[in-house]
Design a protein around this ligand. Structure first.
Ligand code: ATP
Length: 363
């Protein structure tokens, strides 16, 4: 059978285990020899016990677990050529020429580079007698399929990344809990949520929790935001509301690009309205806990599709990323999606928010 390995890289997210499980079982079902690579690219570089053959039962009882059971890491060694040489050697000696990478745009970029260099890496390994001529010939093609695991929903080409829905569940549970105590004491709560340069989590959390105000990076506040915010909060209280909820995305900014932080918003509310105001920073709670049904199914579907893409690949097939498009699993060119995702970050840096939203598309 063909050698296939799965690994998780970059920040973890809920639903990664469902994807790993699906890759392993679909791979075995289709007759592959399937391996786990532990600790992301670090495990690929270090080899040894980090690369372990998986069997049908090694992925039972993991679908409900958050995070990733095979570990994830950021790896400086893989950014260096010597690290990639070691990684290639570890794969070839085990007969692995198919990789499913579950991670963010950085991890996918690394995988693409690895595949571009594959032939050169193998030549160098052969020249240094680290692999045999037979191995050089037998494993000359590397195939890559990527899955996007991230709570931020910040990747272009997919409607939802694996982990976003579970993170939203965590956020909404937290807001609901805060609302009950805020009601008792007539308080204003400012909740900071994750998302880096993407306001998706904050926006959707605000909509589903009846928040009074949301600050997101894609819609920087106008110069008179203080006045507008205070007026709105006052109006809500006058109309009988006993509390206010304000959601601040961690990447929120004003029109000059200056950060709108939870601390800043609190100061505004306290100084202008003298409301009893508290901040809750949700932090890593959002990345933890049990994955939602949506993320479990998403991971399963994407994992199975990734294995099918690899099994159908020809030497000319470019790396793909398996995405969700209108509830369909689709295969898109990996580097085009990565380029678009990076262009969004650039547009945000350039303060061209309309372009950023346009580039990001439906997600
Ligand atoms: P997230 O940002 O959501 O945590 P990510 O996959 O974007 O996920 P990164 O830290 O950017 O996270 O990348 C993860 C790992 O991928 C890096 O530690 C590195 O080993 C590898 N990698 C990233 N970019 C490259 C690159 N240009 N060349 C080689 N390897 C890379």
């Amino acid at each position: 059978g063909k050698g296939l390995a799965v690994f998780t890289s970059g920040g973890d997210s809920q639903g990664m285990n469902a994807a790993v499980r699906s890759v392993v079982r679909m791979g075995i079902y289709l007759g592959c020899k399937v391996y786990f690579i532990r600790e992301g690219y670090q495990g690929m570089v270090d080899g040894g016990d980090n690369i372990e053959e998986a069997n049908w039962s090694s992925v039972s009882s993991i679908i409900h677990k958050g995070g990733t059971i095979i570990g994830s890491a950021r790896c400086m060694d893989f950014v260096q050529k010597e690290g990639r040489l070691k990684a290639a050697c570890n794969l070839v000696t085990r007969g692995i020429t198919n990789l499913v990478v579950i991670g963010g745009d950085g991890s996918l970029t690394g995988a693409n580079l690895f595949r571009q260099e594959w032939s050169d890496l193998l030549d160098e390994l052969l020249a240094n007698n680290r692999i045999t001529k037979d191995q050089r010939e037998k494993y000359k093609y590397l195939h890559i399929a990527g899955l996007v695991g991230s709570i931020d929903n910040d990747f272009c080409g997919t409607d939802m990344t694996i982990g976003t829905d579970s993170a939203l569940h965590r956020i909404i549970e937290a807001i609901d809990a805060i609302v009950s105590t805020a009601y008792s004491h007539q308080r204003t709560f400012i909740m900071e949520v994750m998302g880096r340069h993407c306001g998706y989590l904050a926006l959707v959390a605000a909509l589903s929790s009846e928040a009074d105000q949301v600050f997101i990076p894609e819609d920087p506040v106008p110069y008179n935001w203080v006045e507008k915010l205070c007026k709105r909060l006052q109006q809500e209280r006058k109309s009988g509301q006993r509390l206010n909820i304000i959601i601040v995305a961690e990447g929120a900014i004003d029109r000059e690009g200056k950060p709108i932080t939870a601390e800043l918003v609190k100061k505004v509310v306290v100084d202008n309205l003298q409301q009893d105001t508290r901040i809750t920073v949700l932090g890593h709670v959002q990345r933890g806990g049990s994955p939602s049904a949506f993320d479990r199914i998403l991971g399963c579907r994407m994992g199975a599709e990734a294995v099918m893409a690899l099994m159908e690949a020809t030497p000319a097939t470019e790396p793909c990323v398996v995405s969700l498009d209108g509830n369909q699993a689709v295969r898109l060119p990996l580097m085009e999606c990565v380029r678009r995702t990076k262009a969004v970050s650039q547009a945000m840096t350039d303060k061209n928010w309309e372009l950023a939203v346009q580039l990001r598309g439906r997600s």
